[in-house]
Write a protein that binds this ligand. Sequence first.
Ligand code: PGA
Length: 251
Amino acid sequence: MRRIVIAGNWKMNNNLEESQNLISKLVEGLSKDKMNCEVIICPPYTSLSLSANLIKGSMVKLGAQNMYFEESGAFTGEISASMLKGTGCEYVILGHSERRSIFGEKDELINKKIKKALSSDLKPIFCVGETLAERESGVTNEIIKGQVHEGLNGLSENDLGKIIIAYEPVWAIGTGKTATPNQAQEVHEFIRKLISDKFSFAAADRIVIQYGGSVKPDNAKELLSQKDIDGALVGGACLKAESFLGIINAA
Ligand code: PGA
């Protein structure tokens, strides 16, 4: 049995006060329930330190939304893996489609970041996904295969054990259009097959593959009940404690 992992990607939202409010409600809501899934929040950099303090003693884990692959130096505006680690992060989202499309991140750069995260004892949540045009022209599998192969290039099976993959069809992110459970399951199964071919059956069987793209409390259960869907990477719905808790409860 694979574990279920629900992660909230806050994106560029929440100042310190808003972060504090959201986390307080979340932690309070969680302590009432028995949790049988792992919960991660990924606030913006400015709220990481505060968040690390607020989640102490709770089941919530901390992740960042991005990082740079160099250790330190003249990289204005960037944040290193060891800085994240030192702030209390356990996870880091890498290769999110917004990083790819708005900030021009390519597979090769994402691969460097994944390697640096791993060597710094951070667990990557590695995002892949096709655009609407790619899906409509029937090249979804080809795109996913390229992203998985290049993103995980040079990694060992042991490395893979520390990675979560998030399948996020770009056309479903922030649009309210969710992939149907079947559409999502199909790609998840394909990703697991790619991992099996590239690494091993055991590695594929173990790896957590999250779905992301307009996950809400009312569609979470159906998506999460698919055989190869092991969690969710949640954007919009993680910004309100009630809806994020709703998804966690569905899990
Ligand atoms: P969404 O975002 O839930 O708002 O679609 C998901 C994501 O970008 O990770």
